[in-house]
Design a protein around this ligand. Structure first.
Ligand code: BGC
Length: 946
């Protein structure tokens, strides 16, 4: 019998437990001398570091703006453990100090929270007292991370602050065992590692992160995470370091020698913890059982036995080493991995690891092999290694090719418009040294009109609805052909953020954005950030997920699939069709601000894990958007910083994760990046989107821009937000985002450029087809047509009663002085009898005063006497020093119900406004504005009858 899944808004019940499991699986134990971890039963612990109380669940910005019901911190989790005792006096000392040093939210502006918090100085005396209680110290150090800023090579950023360094030194001098727990988005400097006996990278584990930390520290779960990137001795050891940070452009001079590909080839001695490395509480023995080539696959079977005394899991990793040939190759590249199940002491499992021989090919972008623009396997010996990190491996198979093999013949795309020097290995005696060669340079060519889709002759409305296409009665082409051009053009725009037409507080509405489009049965779909849980700026809660770095360090595809199946279910409950994540850019440099969201320095690990997440979401009829396509590897000046990168590095490293996730089959949405590659902004980059993504990889889904992205037509052409015709020509279907899609057709250049013929009707119809093809799979199409949407064999039923009421904390109400202008006072008056808690600053004389919004969750409250019920326009005029991309919003709450979300956005100091229509009941109401983040000034609020 078929049962129904009843889906409610908000967080999915029980999902938090799954995130806790995930948060344990991705933590990496990098040091554990004298078995300092796990803590023995009955241990007494002195718990240091203020971050024990301020667990960082994720970085900030679009990837971190998830409202959660709770965040479990490390102190609470460890204090609840029955088998250990914490040193209370120390806790008390922290509590007293924290009263004077509360959590610093910075200005509260979007994505600008400080990356570190002030630490309490640990005096010798305090350490001594604590050491009299116990000889075991646990120290928690934490860092945030975020969008739009890179980390800095300074104290409190990548480096410990002076107080943190002194704290570790003092603790080291008093305690026998020092255990450091790192609650960070990505690596921090580790030059202090000698001060610790055990170091556990917890990363940012989501809302249950503290509980996961306790599971690991107590030994209920054995660490099994492995590093998804290399921890070098110093920042300057990373090969991208000389290029990173330049605001105008980065030469990707290290080329394909990213992360361990560089270190293993040229500078093994500069590595602190290698890629793939991670300790366990137990020990595993790996024994290769067989290795062979079957068909076009190499398969290695390895027996993994737990020879220690603690149940645990191990990751078997396969690398290959290709002959240097004419192209030059890294000495190791990951080609397969598998994680065991939980193995009890003495238990063994045989893992089978396979990969296609063709995946060992390299791309020839110079013609050095005689096969320009081909993936080739040069002749010579290929060695396959098995092991438990890129360093700890042994050879298990060799394959010798007598002749070069061409694996695929492609066309040159994305060639640098100006050549630069790139790295390559030169063999000297037993080692490789870095030498440099020029990259190829693009020959300027005219706009190529080949492959421009032919226009479908417009038939006019034949009464075909999108559901008819779904049911096979008509083709998608026949459906699209009905729509007159002026009605079709708005489909190229998503509306947002916080469109009132879809789930409140989300990123965008797209598809049926106008009445005309809806009349054809095109549903209005909804998308929202991602990736660390669902972002709903109306204050609705969702499950806070572990960050990308953590998930990648689990090396566990099954886990990703299960976790993201639940994410898919939660998305469905909130009537969101698309998650704006995962972010799968390569971690090219340790200071990139969004490394916390991204997965790895290795394209194969990154792509396979992303594909698993997509398969998971697909099980509940939703999908993720892989982003940011491509080379969004630096946040400083991210809109302008040109990624000057060779075609080879693109194809072997930066495009690869996207290619894997697309070819896997369950990726239906891709988001282009803000930045240009070799002079052409990605949102309008035809070679990137049309030729590679669609042409070579066969992608038929939606490509969308990043929010308020800019576009240009060729290197040297000034990018603007209006050049939407260039986006359409690139087959990037959707411009994200605008206030009103119909208006955007003319305020952008789309309408004019259609008239001039610079973009064809066929090109517009092509984008519309991609969008509609995608919508055919969405739950919203079924809902609109009152048809059951079946997932996992059961029907999804949306419950309207699921939304949690929006209650405001009365303590917050009095915090701010509201600025108010009621332009139309005929129908509304200020409510005379204002209760003391609310009255504070509501005075008519204050109408022209401005309100500075700083900190988080500030409120402005107006007591209104509404004479006439009905539709009102709420207009907020404001100014912010922040850039347009800053995602500021403001919620309109009537009583305890969230009625609308105003999307603001930075205005670079100029005046801006945002408007929404709301329904007001008659009588006396408290009209509240809630400001989730600060960093701007509200000049006026106007409420007038619509
Ligand atoms: C980010 C994207 C995000 C979008 C919508 C942009 O600032 O770069 O990753 O999905 O905003 O919030």
């Amino acid at each position: 019998m078929q049962t129904n899944y009843v889906l409610k808004r908000g967080a999915l019940e029980g999902f938090d437990h799954m995130t806790r499991i995930a948060a344990t699986e991705g933590a990496v134990l990098v040091k554990n001398n004298n078995q300092a971890l796990p803590l023995a039963q009955g241990s007494k612990i002195a718990l240091f570091g203020r971050m024990q109380f301020d667990y960082v669940k994720s970085g900030t910005g679009s990837g971190g703006s998830v409202n959660v019901t709770h965040v479990i911190n490390i102190y609470d989790a460890l204090a609840a453990e029955a088998d250990i005792t914490l040193y209370d006096t120390l806790t008390q000392t922290y509590h007293t100090w924290l009263e004077e040093h509360p959590f610093n939210e910075g200005t509260g502006a979007w994505a600008s929270e400080p990356w570190s918090q002030e630490e309490m100085t640990i005096s010798d005396e305090l350490a001594q007292q604590a050491a009299a209680f116990t000889d075991t110290a646990v120290v928690v150090i934490g860092r945030s991370a975020g969008e739009d800023h890179d980390n800095a090579a300074e104290q409190g950023g990548f480096f410990l602050s002076d107080i943190e360094t002194a704290m570790l030194k003092t603790i080291r001098s008093h305690f026998k065992a020092v255990i450091v727990l790192l609650n960070t988005g990505h690596f921090i400097d580790m030059s202090w590692e000698a001060e610790a006996d055990a170091i556990l990278y917890l990363w940012q584990g989501g809302m249950e992160g503290g509980a996961a930390a306790a599971d690991l520290v107590m030994g209920r779960v054995c660490p099994s995470g492995k590093l998804s990137a290399t921890a070098a001795l110093e920042i300057s050891d990373y090969p991208s370091d000389p290029f990173f940070g330049d605001r105008l452009g980065n030469d990707y001079g290290e080329d394909i020698y990213v992360g361990y590909r560089y270190f293993e080839t040229f500078a093994a001695e500069r590595v602190r913890y290698p890629f793939g490395y991670g300790l366990s509480y137990t020990t595993f023995a790996l024994e290769t059982q067989s290795a062979c080539e079957r068909g076009d696959q190499i398969t290695v079977r390895v027996n993994v036995t737990n020879i220690g005394s603690h149940a645990g899991r191990e990751v078997a990793q396969l690398y290959f080493s290709a002959p240097q040939g004419k192209l030059g190759r890294p000495v190791k590249e990951l080609c397969a991995y598998e994680k065991t199940k939980l193995l009890a002491p003495g238990e063994a499992q045989v893992l089978e690891l396979s990969f296609p021989v063709a995946s060992m090919a390299a791309y020839d972008d110079t013609g050095a092999t005689g096969h320009c623009s081909c993936f080739v396997l040069e002749e010579g010996m290929y060695t396959v290694f098995i092991g438990t990190s890129c360093r700890d491996v042994e050879a298990c198979y060799t394959l010798t090719l007598d002749d070069l093999r061409v694996v695929s013949q492609l066309r040159a795309h994305l060639t640098p418009n100006k050549a630069f020097d790139r790295m390559r290995p030169t063999k000297t005696a037993d080692a490789f040294t870095v030498s440099w060669e020029r990259t190829p340079e693009r020959v300027p060519s005219a706009y190529d009109t080949q492959g421009v889709p032919a226009a479908l002759p417009i038939t006019g409305d034949l009464g075909i609805k999108l559901w008819d296409v779904k049911e096979g009665r008509h083709s998608l082409d026949a459906f699209i052909a009905q729509i007159p051009e002026e009605e079709l053009l708005p489909i190229c725009f998503g509306e947002g953020m916080n469109s009132p037409k879809v789930t409140p507080g989300t990123g965008a509405a797209f598809g049926g954005v106008t009445d005309e489009l809806q009349a054809y049965g095109i549903p209005l779909a909804c998308c929202s950030d991602g990736p660390s849980g669902i972002r709903m700026d109306d204050g609705q809660t969702a499950t806070g997920m572990p960050n990308g770095m953590l998930l990648a360090c689990s090396w566990d595809r099954t886990l990703q699939e299960e976790l993201y199946m639940l994410e898919g279910k939660e998305l469905q409950g909130n009537r969101i069709d698309v998650l704006l994540g995962p972010g799968i850019n390569i971690q090219r440099h340790p200071l990139c601000g969004r490394n916390f969201e991204y997965f790895s320095e290795d394209p194969y690990l990154c792509g396979t894990l992303a594909a698993a997440q997509q398969r998971g979401m697909a099980k509940f009829g939703t999908t993720g958007t892989i982003k940011h396509f491509v080379c969004n590897n630096q946040e400083s000046n991210r809109q302008n910083c040109d990624a000057r990168v060779s075609e080879r590095a693109l194809r072997e490293i930066y495009l690869r994760p996207f290619e894997i996730a697309v070819r896997d089959g369950s990726t239906h949405c891709v988001m282009t990046a803000y930045s240009p590659i070799n002079g052409v902004w990605t949102a309008s980059n035809r070679e990137l989107v049309r030729d590679i993504l669609r042409g070579e990889w066969g992608f038929e889904g939606i490509v969308m821009t990043d929010w308020w992205a800019r576009m240009n037509t060729m290197p040297g052409d000034e990018p603007t937000r209006e050049k939407v015709h260039a986006m359409v020509r690139a087959t990037n279907d959707l411009y994200m985002v605008c206030d009103d899609a119909k208006k955007a057709v003319t305020t952008s250049d789309l309408s004019d450029m259609r008239q001039s013929g610079a973009v064809t009707l066929g090109e517009v119809q092509f984008c519309a087809r991609n969008i509609c093809r995608f919508l055919l799979q969405t739950a919203v199409l079924y809902r609109d047509n009152q048809k059951p949407f079946i997932c996992q064999g059961e029907a999804l039923v949306w419950s309207d009663g699921g939304a949690t009421p929006f209650t405001t904390d009365p303590a917050l109400l009095d915090k701010n002085a509201p600025a108010l202008t009621l332009a139309d006072l005929l129908t509304i008056e200020l409510f005379e009898a204002i209760p003391a808690a609310l009255s504070g600053k509501i005075k008519k004389e204050e109408r022209t005063s401005a309100l500075r919004i700083s900190g988080r969750n500030a409120y402005a409250v107006y007591a209104l006497d509404v004479k006439e019920a009905g539709q009102y326009e709420v207009t907020l005029v404001y100014a912010s020093e922040l850039d347009k991309l800053a995602q500021i919003s403001c919620q309109v709450i009537i009583g305890d119900e969230m009625k609308a979300v105003l999307s603001l956005g930075g205005t670079n100091g100029k005046l801006g406004s945002s408007r929404q229509r709301i329904e007001l009941p008659s009588g006396k109401v408290y009209f509240k504005l809630r400001f989730p983040s600060g960093g701007y000034i509200v000049k006026t609020l106007d409420i007038s009858k619509a």
